[in-house]
Design a protein around this ligand. Structure first.
Ligand SMILES: NC(=O)c1ccc[n+]([C@@H]2O[C@H](COP(=O)([O-])OP(=O)(O)OC[C@H]3O[C@@H](n4cnc5c(N)ncnc54)[C@H](O)[C@@H]3O)[C@@H](O)[C@H]2O)c1
Ligand SMILES: O=C(CO)[C@@H](O)[C@H](O)[C@H](O)[C@H](O)COP(=O)(O)O
Ligand SMILES: [Zn+2]
Length: 375
């Protein structure tokens, strides 16, 4: 037999747009993005908290257009990001009877819901379009704007997933009005991540507004600019490396030790909180290596602490951190590719961080930790 090489290319284009008050009866943005009109059926995936807060408005939105909506509701939180949920949503798609291309699945919620529904969409009939309506800050600035979908599996964070961007994502900061303060902080952690790596101006805006950023649900003097700059900075990373062929990613700052920490700490740490602990540790490593100066270290740790994010956690033992790094090295194909800040707004990657350095960094963060913020 002879051999064949098949080479194909696929253009990937997807839209992210701002739209205030998505479920206002007269707002056509979602209807246009998801093909909602008289006689169509949509499968909506959301959690019970979002359903309790917005369910009636969502129902009216569809009813007002003569369209049918079938809701699949999940318990809120990370624990539902499982294969069981995935299969159950696929069953709901069968029951709803959605058409293959013209009736996209609609994910309304935080990163758990958009990651999970996105994975279902990527698998259902080998790919059914989906539309995202993020309702948390993490969703707005990070989880709902990229291509990664996932569930947790076998004790590992995001172990099963695909690269499958939503055809359209609608960003609506009005949802933040009902978001609990802890979840606002959680999202600010991802904003700080991208600011430290790429955008010193963004970092300064977060510093300037940090006294009321949480209480005002990001509706501060610079709130809109903070969200827009975060999205722009994140998309700059994603667009050039959507399938992560390059495993050196500055967006992985705060995501080296945190996936393991998040799973170990369970309900005690949200995603962004674990990211904050990881960022603090990595800043201390960078400082000890002479990559990050005293003033930048102080500014980053102070900002995290003023926002009310943890910078350390009792689950962070040297052994746990070594195990976390080992798993991440496998995830990065045998390399540390550890993103470290070289100042505020700039970064480098290192490949040779030792266990001793990590233990020393842990001690540094604990020494600089205000007693009240300790977990
Ligand atoms: N795909 C990616 O690139 C990516 C990026 C970052 C994070 N993530 C994932 O996202 C998840 C974390 O995201 P999250 O914190 O948004 O998770 P989440 O979906 O669990 O939402 C957090 C909580 O907020 C509640 N909620 C949502 N919207 C609300 C609103 N408007 N008002 C009141 N309550 C509301 C939810 O019910 C839930 O309890 C993690 O699983 C993480 O791995 C994915
Ligand atoms: O949390 C984020 C980004 O904030 C996700 O994109 C993702 O979990 C991070 O990039 C992780 O560092 C690596 O994630 P993954 O490859 O395990 O999904
Ligand atoms: Zn993250």
């Amino acid at each position: 037999m002879t051999g064949w090489t098949v080479r194909c290319q696929q253009d990937v284009t997807y839209r992210i747009s701002g739209s205030a008050d998505v479920f206002a009866p007269g707002n056509d943005a979602l209807a246009e993005a998801a093909g909602i009109r008289a006689g169509t059926t949509s499968l909506l995936v959301l959690d019970r908290t979002v359903d309790a807060l917005y369910g009636k408005r969502i129902d009216s939105y569809f009813a007002g257009r003569g369209a049918r909506s079938v809701k699949y509701t999940l318990d809120p939180g990370e624990r539902v990001k499982t294969a069981d949920s995935l299969l159950d949503i696929a069953r709901a798609a069968d029951q709803a009877g959605i058409k293959r291309r013209s009736e996209p699945i609609i994910a309304i919620g935080g990163g758990v819901v958009t990651d999970l529904a996105g994975l279902v969409a990527s698998l259902y009939r080998r790919g059914t379009p989906f539309v995202r309506v993020p309702t948390t800050l993490i969703g707005l600035v990070d989880a709902a704007i990229g291509a990664k979908t996932a569930i947790n599996h076998n004790g590992h964070k995001n172990r099963l997933g695909t690269y499958f961007p939503a055809s359209h994502t609608l960003l609506d900061p009005v949802f933040l009005r009902t978001l609990p303060a802890r979840h606002v902080r959680n999202g600010i952690a991802e904003i700080v991540k991208i600011a430290v790596m790429k955008d010193a101006g963004l970092f300064a805006l977060v510093e300037a507004d940090c006294a009321d950023l949480v209480d005002a649900r990001v509706a501060t003097t610079h709130g809109q600019e903070i969200i827009e700059r975060s999205v722009t900075a994140m998309l700059g990373e994603l667009e050039t490396n959507l399938w992560e062929h390059e495993l050196k990613r500055v967006a992985d700052f705060g995501h080296t030790f945190s996936p393991h920490l998040e799973m170990c700490a369970g309900a005690d740490l949200l995603h962004g909180e674990a990211v904050a602990v990881d960022m603090a540790l990595c800043c201390a490593v960078a400082h000890a290596r002479g990559l990050l100066d005293d003033e930048s270290l102080r500014r980053i740790l102070t900002l995290l602490q003023r926002i009310g994010l943890p910078t350390e956690h009792r689950a962070c033992t040297s052994a746990m951190l070594a195990g976390a790094l080992a798993d991440t090295v496998r995830h990065r194909d045998g390399h540390q590719h550890l993103p470290l800040p070289t100042g505020i707004g700039s970064a480098t990657f290192v490949e040779d961080v030792t266990s001793a350095e990590i233990s020393a960094a842990l001690a540094t963060v604990r020494r600089l930790q205000p007693v009240a913020a300790s977990r």
